[in-house]
Write a protein that binds this ligand. Structure first.
Ligand SMILES: Nc1nc2c(c(=O)[nH]1)N[C@H]1C(S)=C(S)[C@@H](COP(=O)(O)O)O[C@H]1N2
Ligand SMILES: [Mo]
Length: 241
């Protein structure tokens, strides 16, 4: 996978690529209606063990075996663009904007940041959920603390490496302890279909806040309307219980 250039990716095509990632798994492509329309894959019975990034992240002892016992339910795969594929050679992550210490990582340096894990449920506003996900990653609050958020910053804008999808959290929302810049799910690297190598997780909110292929966090002093919020969804996406 790491040898695959973008041109080769386009030539080979997404179906073949998914087949290569998934091996014998059968992917069914669907179109969904709202809150994540675009391409959708019905279900992934098992996650690929290799997210395609080398070196692979080493799971914490309570991520593998997953302390949540393994996610229950199936993710639908949503993307509003062609699915972006990253390798350790072309992936970077940055925190910038209104911070005292802007930073940029490559995959290797990113993996040196210490990680936590959590067990949480994942809810799409269209009505499907995946329960007991064991996510491992860097709590966003810690990342922001290390960056030194400047007075006057009010929101955290999250960018997807797909170049199109964004979302934002208020500084207060971003400080919730379970908001995580996630790197592993159930002890395995997050596969590209699920937004790997790194995606945001905001368990208390609907999953359109959980930006896939997250590669930039910018501190800003104004509101930002995210991709689905531009299309009518609420910026305050609290999961109703
Ligand atoms: N970059 C990006 N992030 C995204 C989306 C997307 O289309 N592109 N869809 C959102 C929505 S509506 C949902 S429900 C979840 C779906 O996550 P999954 O594709 O891993 O199941 O991702 C969210 N983050
Ligand atoms: Mo969604």
């Amino acid at each position: 996978m790491s040898l695959l250039t973008r041109r080769a990716f386009l030539r080979i095509g997404l179906g073949t690529l998914l087949a290569a990632i998934a091996g014998p798994l059968f992917y069914r492509w669907l179109r969904s209606s709202a809150g994540g329309s675009g391409v959708s894959v019905a279900s992934i019975p098992a996650l690929p063990t290799d997210g395609g990034m080398q070196p692979a992240p080493v799971p914490l002892p309570d991520s593998l075996p997953p302390r949540g016992g393994g996610a229950k339910g199936s993710f639908r795969i949503y993307t509003v663009t062609e699915m972006p594929i990253f390798t350790a050679d072309n992936w970077t992550f940055q925190v910038d904007g209104m911070v005292d210490r802007p930073n940029r990582w490559n995959w290797e340096s990113f993996l040196r940041m210490s990680r936590d894990n959590q067990v949480s449920d994942f809810h799409c506003v269209t009505g499907w959920s995946v329960y007991n996900c064991t996510w491992e990653g860097i709590p966003l609050a810690r990342m922001l603390e290390e960056a030194g958020v400047q007075p006057g910053a009010t929101a955290v804008k999250c960018y997807s490496g797909d170049g199109v999808y964004t979302d934002a959290l208020t500084l207060e929302q971003a400080g919730m302890p379970d908001v995580m810049v996630a790197v592993l799910l159930d002890g395995k690297p997050i596969p590209p279909e699920l937004g790997g190598p790194v995606r945001l997780i905001v368990p208390k909110m609907y999953a359109y806040k959980s930006v896939k292929w997250l590669n930039r966090i910018e501190l800003i002093d104004h509101d930002h309307t995210g991709y689905w919020e531009e299309r009518g969804y609420s910026a305050n996406a609290w999961v109703k219980t």
